[in-house]
Structure formats: structure tokens, C-alpha cells
Design a protein around this ligand. Sequence first.
Ligand SMILES: Cc1cc2nc3c(=O)[nH]c(=O)nc-3n(C[C@H](O)[C@H](O)[C@H](O)COP(=O)(O)OP(=O)(O)OC[C@H]3O[C@@H](n4cnc5c(N)ncnc54)[C@H](O)[C@@H]3O)c2cc1C
Length: 421
Amino acid sequence: MIDFEVPTPIDHQMKRIAMLGEHVMRPIARYYDEHEGERPWDYINMIWQTVREQGGRTLALPNSDETRKANGEKRPRFQNLMLVHSVEALSWADAGLYLSTPGGALGGAAVEAVGTSEQKARFLKRFTEGEPKWAAMAMTEPQAGSDTAAIRTTARLSDDGKEWIINGEKIFVTGGLMSAKESKGFVVVWATIDPSAGRAGMKPFVVEAGTPGMTVAKIEHKHGIRASDTAAIVFQDCRIPYENLLGSAEVVRGDLSETARKGFKGAMKTFDATRPSVAASALGITRASLEFTAAYLKERGVLVRYGVPLHQQTAIERDLLQMEAQHRAAWLLTLQAASKMDAGEENTLEASMCKVKAGAVANYVAQKAVELLGPEGYSCKLLVEKWMRDARINDIYEGTGQINRLVVARRLLGYSSKELR
Ligand SMILES: Cc1cc2nc3c(=O)[nH]c(=O)nc-3n(C[C@H](O)[C@H](O)[C@H](O)COP(=O)(O)OP(=O)(O)OC[C@H]3O[C@@H](n4cnc5c(N)ncnc54)[C@H](O)[C@@H]3O)c2cc1C
């Protein structure tokens, strides 16, 4: 069930983020788009205070009950709702800057999803103290994107059984540079302990920043979200402690098919937790585009008449009404996915559904905004063209639109991943 009233603490948080967004983030958005590779330290230091004050909640990672207990936090009933509202508001200001927010992000979410209590305490405590830190998750490889089972990065046990030795190449790692090299963060690397077993051999490993054998090989020059670093990372005989394999050690030593299921399910569980945030980020860009377009047209005397029959609407009115309706539909799906998590219910279907919808809506609305504003919309004088570029990623990472549609179809029709691929 969804309660449509925004809880007071969320409302207060939104007001604070709106101020930060308007006065700190928006004014620097264009600069960091044009100066890819420079880090927005003013924003990072400011938001880090908030991340720490909130008990290490990273704005991109909902803490589990265990982590909250370890950090001495009380459990808000609406933590994931708070999260999607926050991500939406930060992305309204600037999605690239939001993605450069320090904290656990996808790497932290993987620890939350698969780690033991001891691992959660060991790896996540750092986000509550000291200087800004980042974490990333590295799954994608040159030959393995949507088909994660095709990963070739390997992890083999050292002769004395005390270390894992990782070899392989990961590409397009969000926050990879900050996590692997430029802070005391970590990278969660998915590697196979049995290359012949496909998904069965896949396991997540935490590699601490600065570990010998882990090298940031390349930083991508991107179409959008340029304030966020995206790195290629190479692992060459990279040795990590045995205990950095996420999850129970017993599983590894036991039956491999059990390992398999737990390993891959861990990746899926991570995405169930993070896809609503991707949707929320897409919808922040959507709202920015929508609000700006409506205000811009209003200034020029173009007003939307609500409640006018379809045959009397102008073309622009119809466009704006459709943009607004699509935005609301996607937002409601996102709230549903987050609410189910808050209620402790499984949300795989809703998480994929909201991501599919929000990714498509963000692209549609931002592109329409550029179109409706004419040449001004396409010029770099305004941020609208940037929002169109920033929106694109939401339909690509954490499962492309097509892959999430497959997840939705399987769930609705009752097919397994073997039956519908
Ligand atoms: C800026 C950026 C940041 C990223 N950050 C991360 C990160 O932090 N960590 C990480 O591990 N990865 C990250 N990625 C990688 C991202 O998750 C992959 O790009 C994505 O999973 C798609 O994989 P691919 O690019 O290899 O495309 P492919 O899998 O080769 O797909 C190409 C096209 O085919 C479609 N397709 C593939 N299979 C099917 C199918 N079965 N049915 C229908 N259509 C299909 C896809 O939807 C896509 O349109 C990032 C990518 C980018 C661009």
C-alpha cells in the first residue's frame, strides 16, 4: 500500500536538498560538464557532511537493519522512500554531480545485499567518519555487459588458501577512480571462481583502494553525466584477503551449485535495491526538464489549459500534458518499488518496472523539452540540452531498458530466464 502523503522528515530533507540544489549544484552544473575530470570538491565536502550526519547513509544506498544497528541508527519506516526523494531532488539539480556524491553507492549496496554482518560493519563504517570516500561495483567487461554470465575475470585461491588472486579487466565502472585510487574506498569486483560454470561461479569480492595489482587503466570521456568519473580497471595478480569474498565462506567451500545461486542472486538483490534510485535520478532530470519548459513557454505567453477536451488542445498543450502524465506515472511506480522495500517485501518486478518506465520517460521528456524550446533548447546557453544527454544513461546502466523489460516480462508471465531471453 502507498501512503501518498510525504512524511514530515522527508519533506524537511527535500527542502534542504532543494536549497543545496538551487544554490550550490545548479550554478556549477555547466562548469563540471565542460571540465570533465575535475572533481567538484565544494559540493563533495558539503554533501559529505550530510552523508556522515545521516549515519553513513550514502544517498545512493539504503542501509540494512544490521548496518543501522551497527551504526547505532534508529530505523525509519520510510528509509527507501527518503532515498528516492533525495536522489530525485539531487538529480533535479544535476545528475552528474549527484553521481559524484561520496558514499557506498553500488559498491555499498552490494555489501549490503550479500555481505555478512561482520563484513557490513567492516566495509561500511568508513562512510560514517573521516574524509569523503567512495565505493563502486565492477561487473561489466569488454565481452560481458547485459550477459553477465560471460564475465572472464577470475578469482583463484592462493596455495595457502589465505588470499584470492584476481585477474581480469572491468570497464565502465561508475566512480571507479575515486573508489579504487583517490579515496580510502573500495571496489566490489564480480569474478568467477569457476570459469566453466557460467553464473554458477560468480562471486563478489571487495578490493580496497590502493591494493597492488588493481590499476585504473582509463577514464571515459562521456556523452553525459560528466561530473561523475567512469573508469576501466585492470586486475593483475591482485591479492586480497580471503575474508573479502562477500558472503559466507562456507558457501564457497561447499557445493558449487549453491554458491552459484547465492552468488548471482546477490547481484540481482543489489539491483533490486538500486534500480529504484536510478529511476529516481531519471525522474529528477525529467522534472527539471518539465518545469523549465513550462516556465519558459509561460514567459512567452504559452499556457497549458487543464481540462480542455482533446480536440481543443493545441499541439504544445498536448505535448506538455503527455510529458506531465508520463512523469507522474513513472514517479508512482518508483514510489511503489521503494515502499515495498521499506515494507520488507520483494520488489524485483517493481524495481525493474520503475526503471524501464523512468528511463524511457526521462529520455522522452528531456528530448521533447529540447524540441519545444527550439534552437534555444539545443544551445549550450541553457541546461536543457545537457539534461537530454544526462538522461540517456538511465536506460543503459544497471540493466538496459531491454534487459529490465525481460525481467518484467518473466515475472508477469511466469517464465524463467532460460525460457525467455
Ligand atoms: C556511464 C556508464 C556507467 C556505467 N557504470 C557501470 C558500473 O558502475 N558498473 C558496471 O558493472 N557497469 C557499468 N556500466 C555498464 C553498463 O551496465 C552496461 O553498459 C550495460 O549493462 C549494457 O551492457 P553492454 O554495454 O555490454 O551492452 P550489450 O549487453 O552488448 O547490449 C547492447 C544492446 O543490446 C541489447 N540487448 C542485449 N541483450 C539483449 C536481450 N537478451 N534482449 C534484448 N536486447 C538485448 C541491450 O539492451 C543494448 O541495447 C556503465 C555504463 C555506462 C555507459
